[in-house]
Write a protein that binds this ligand. Sequence first.
Ligand SMILES: [Cu+2]
Length: 186
Amino acid sequence: MVRSWRNVMRFRFLVLAGAVAIVLGALAGCGGQAGSTRQPAPGGGAEQAGGPGVTITDAWVRAAAEGDMSAAYFTVTNQGQSAVRLTGVRTGVAGEAEVHESMQEGNTVRMQPVAAVEIPAGGRVTFAPGGYHVMLMDLKQTLHPGDRVDLTLVFEGGLEVPVTAEVRDTAGTSTGGGGGEHSGGH
Ligand SMILES: [Cu+2]
């Protein structure tokens, strides 16, 4: 079943994450100041920012009905001295949240889960319709435009960054059905 496949993938991600964390730890051991960008996120911050050097901005979620699926979008900026890798997202509003990537293939848009999205040191990655997104499946509540949704972005090595996303209704604003991979169709 799909679920067991997901569990297998999860396990692989965890193993990978663990291996990389060990390597990074070894590097930090001889680097002197390398540890400064890898502290855990301070808890409870209400602002749109997270751990040292990693900032989340422009977070929004597509409006959708309970039981349906939606997607979350945001920009991750990494001002740290080393790359970070987003491996997952937690939220209370969905039964499942997965990092996905959409890609155009001819006239169709296909999407697939990705293990991690790397944000290089000094760089940024934008999650947006048609590209990277966090797919929210099995919504536990209807997301109305203007609602706020709490997300926690999870990065390799234990960094977690909370962010509050605004629910937006894209149905009325997108022209020609270009709303992206989760507007209708499924
Ligand atoms: Cu998706």
